[in-house]
Write a protein that binds this ligand. Sequence first.
Ligand code: FES
Ligand SMILES: [Fe+2]
Length: 345
Amino acid sequence: MSQSATRMLSNTDPALRRAWHPVARSSEISTSPRKSRLLGEDWVLVRLPDGTGDSTLAAFVDRCPHRLAPLSAGSVDGSFLRCGYHGWCFDAGGTCREIPSQEESDRVPSRAIATAPAAIAERHGMVFLAPEPPLTELLDIPEADDPAFMHGALEPITARVGAGLMLDNFCDMAHFPFVHAATIGTPESETFEFTVERRGFGMNVYSRHPFPNREDPGVAAGIRPLLQERVLEYRYRAPFSISLRIDYVEAAGTNVLDFYVQPEDDEQCRIYTTVHRNDLDGDETRLAECIAFERKIVDEDLTLQERYRDRRLPIDLTTEVHVKADRTTIELRRILAELVTCPVE
Ligand code: FES
Ligand SMILES: [Fe+2]
């Protein structure tokens, strides 16, 4: 791996193959094969019935070993994925079980195998895939499975952005007053104190600070002051998964925001955001309002991010100028640099 002075991380850096990536929401995957693009390569995702009423989540490179037709143009037949071109059938492991054009006694060619990823997993309503054995960990979000929380998934967003730049943007607090002046930005939000804790190819960032809680109905009712305290906890797992937990100390509510970026190719990403709230009293209308508000915040970020001509993230620390407020995003660069330069075993 190159250690040159201006190391830039593109959306399709080959070293990113050794990591977990989001490739779909769980709800998007069924017994109808679905294409998902990751690191410049197409995959097919499908649920293959196992005969007991359950199913196995399977993924293959979207290319039949026979004549390289897209397997996503095929269909599920029993517990197999049948290629739509000449009908070859593949089981959940990718082994070819049937070739309609040959006799049963004919030998199945040894290379008649659909290419499976090194790892596939479902967690918190998302499907993750690692093309090669992952060096990274999946992000764990306890609130996502907590019945005390309401859960709201934003529609996935396709945008012409860099995945590294989007994570940099999510970890960055100093842009709030400028990019988010119309939503969450307050003048004091650029001066947060915070601590950064490294965790393998990841980090947790903590901050506790005063802020004007304009959303709190208790402020309007005169029960609580406008200036309140909140605790932020960012949980980041390389390369492109992060969750932000916000605890409102006086108003006693918790808001968790999950953010995953799927680098589709050099020019484009698919972005997944999910909110978890324990302060909405089961009110679906308020949850819908929260989802719409988060979408507005993401759109504010995208307006600027889509204007970057070079969508790669500098990970060498010499290309950009850093200040103290950038400690979190400097650590992000270090983690990503270590990940992509980690020697192959
Ligand atoms: S291309 Fe898939 S069976 Fe021929
Ligand atoms: Fe932002």
